[in-house]
Write a protein that binds this ligand. Structure first.
Ligand code: HGA
Length: 612
């Protein structure tokens, strides 16, 4: 989603703004822009549709000067991704960049048009520039104009303002979308995350909900939603400075798939005590949750993280005997769900920790008095800061828009939490705890072995890339992996794909089967394999092209069926859904490469979805 950078610096701002925007590219965007103040305090602006290289070219042919400016990568919500709609938007002396959606922009726009303001764009954001400019025209200072303007904006926003003729001032504001201040030596920065300001400083102040701030090169002031001046802690951000590189890999997604032995090992290592063969939950709030008193678990997430909760639903039920509900955050928050008065735990899963719908659902649950826990990959994120208990995933920065290593890290953490819950609730024997903890610690090695299938999956992908529709089927805990496999393929190859519970095949999707439709079975040789094998035969009988992902026993049992076979190493059924995520990721990746799509930044998609 949109990325924001603001710089009050001591050297030319434009190259630094571009450097910061490059670090925000992974969020997904479709146009970009920059505004600076020259030595006389005059505003200069350049914008371009498409990738940052277009903005770079615009700046090369028509450079801007000055050591102060704002920059933006836009993921369009209101208006096409054209140059005219790209941020910054300007009205009079005001330039603004925005992440979020202004819900009452129509009414504000009518009001401002009636006052004589002429709009140049289709965006909601332009309203903000006019609103602040109108306030200044009526005699307010920049600070007063922003303060009054913020009070009129409904919806979600992170904002950075630059003012013509004010060479030592930037104003920022946050409500619903993250924004941080970076503190340099005689320099000050604004950024939508620590990664953006990392080339310039590692001292970061995260604005809290409703905060706004006024920056000069030497100082900053923060005000809360009631406009009272407040102090917020300075965080020293480690490790964000090093740019994340692709190394020898062709795409970030490929690199991240291959990092999974490490990323799962790191995550599991944070939860499983290998010597004691037990799970110990990390995090300061861990002791605050007494699992024996939890009577129901509600898990809420979006997209791939939602599928992680759907897998975990089986684990919590089977291992911890806990009644579980899972929900998509955008549905949950508007449904007025009936929540338990006591004993309820709400668990949220988000890679970025900034997913707008998930954050709103977390706030809803907190308001209703539920205990909250969050599985997140970014420990400084809003969701991490607001949940009672943080259950970290240690996947490291994930740059590819399609989630891979974050998903398997979420699954690893959730599996460990289910074990901890089972032990605390007395639903699991010590022997079972030892078996499951061991199974988890073996996972990274098994992922390494599975990655050796890369070439054979790439060969198979050449065939699948010709399809227009693909069906993924799985049973039990592998049903969500079928859903995730279909989502991965859709996201990066743009081939239509559907995931179904294998048992549902006869209730509809079987009508789609013909010789043109590949059907991927995610089916290790477990207690449900025979049922899956019958479904496989049903597909084969209708000339569907079958791809069977299984283990040696499953492949043997299906020896008679016409199918492409992907044979995974044997593993404990408890960790199988994590292991079986890997071949479906590889399949989607190679199909996308075959089709020549933009694997790391697929069209229309954004990495951290910070708007509703
Ligand atoms: N609503 C604004 C900004 C969109 C956004 O925040 N995307 O992440 C626009 O459409 O320009």
């Amino acid at each position: 989603m949109c990325g924001i950078i603001g710089i009050l610096g001591s050297e030319p701002a434009a190259p630094r703004i571009i450097e910061a925007l490059k670090r925000l590219e992974y969020r997904g965007y479709d146009s970009a822009g920059i505004a600076t103040l020259d030595a006389d305090g005059a505003m200069q602006r350049r914008r371009a549709p498409g990738k940052l290289k277009n903005l770079d070219e615009a700046l090369a042919s028509d450079p801007v000067t000055g050591d102060q400016g704002i920059g933006h990568t836009r993921w369009a919500t209101h208006g096409l991704p054209t140059q005219a709609n790209a941020h910054p938007h300007v009205s009079g002396p005001v330039a603004v960049v925005h992440n979020g959606i202004i819900e009452n922009f129509r009414e504000l726009r009518h009001e401002l048009e009636a006052k004589g303001h002429t709009f140049q764009t289709e965006t909601d954001t332009e309203t903000i520039a006019h609103l602040i400019a109108a306030n200044m025209k009526s005699g307010m200072s920049e600070i007063e104009a922003v303060q009054a303007g913020l009070g009129r904006l409904e919806g979600a926003f992170a904002l950075a303002f630059l003012f013509e003729g004010r060479p030592d001032m930037l104003i920022g504001a946050r409500k619903g979308s993250p924004l941080a201040i970076g503190i340099g030596e005689g320099e000050m920065f604004l950024g939508s995350d620590a990664l953006a300001v990392a080339p310039f400083t590692n001292r970061v102040v995260y604005l809290e909900e409703g905060d706004w701030c006024v920056l000069s090169r030497e100082s900053y002031r923060i005000f809360d939603k009631k406009n009272a001046e407040v102090t917020r802690p300075v965080t020293l951000v480690q490790g964000a400075g090093a740019a994340v590189e692709k190394g020898n890999y062709r795409h970030f997604m490929q690199k991240e798939i291959f990092e999974q032995p490490d990323s799962t090992a790191r995550t599991i290592g944070a939860y499983v005590n290998v010597l004691k063969q037990t799970v110990e939950l990390p995090g300061e709030g861990a002791a605050a949750i007494d699992w024996s008193e939890i009577t129901s678990l509600q898990m809420i997430a979006c997209g791939t993280a939602h599928y992680a909760t759907r897998v975990a639903e089986y684990w919590f039920e089977q291992v911890a005997g806990l009644p579980v509900k899972t929900d998509i955050a955008s549905e949950f928050r508007y449904r007025e769900p009936a929540l338990p008065k006591t004993g309820g735990l709400a668990l949220f899963v988000s890679q970025s920790g900034e997913t707008a719908d998930t954050l709103a659902a977390l706030r809803y649950c907190k308001e209703k008095g539920l205990k909250t826990a969050a599985v997140v990959n970014v420990p400084t994120s809003s969701i991490a800061r607001e949940a009672d208990l943080v259950l970290p995933t240690l996947a490291g920065p994930e740059i590819g828009v399609a989630s891979t290593k974050a998903f398997t890290a979420q699954l690893s953490a959730l599996a460990a939490v289910a074990i901890a819950a089972g032990r605390a609730r007395g639903t699991m024997s010590r022997d079972a705890e030892i078996r499951l903890s061991r199974a988890l610690t073996e996972l990274p090695r098994l992922i390494s072995t599975t990655l050796l299938l890369d070439e054979s999956i790439a060969r198979l992908a050449r065939d699948i890339a010709k399809a227009t529709d693909v069906i993924y089927l799985g049973r039990g805990v592998h049903y969500p992996i079928a859903l995730e496999g279909a989502l991965k393929l859709k996201e990066i190859s743009y081939i239509h794909a559907e995931g179904y519970a294998s048992g549902e095949l006869k209730h509809g999707p079987i009508a789609l089967i013909d010789e043109e439709t590949p059907v991927v079975f995610v089916a290790p040789f477990d207690g449900l394999f025979d049922k899956s094998l019958s479904n496989l035969q049903e597909v084969a009988a209708r000339r569907g092209e079958v791809i069977l992902i299984s283990d040696a026993a499953g492949i043997r049992a299906a020896a008679d069926a016409p199918a492409h076979r992907i044979e995974l190493p044997d593993c404990d059924p408890f960790i199988a859904p994590i292991l079986y995520s890997v071949p479906v990721q590889l399949l989607a990746y190679h199909v996308a490469v075959e089709k020549g799509t933009d694997v790391d930044q697929p069209r229309n998609l954004a990495k951290s979805v910070t708007v509703e």
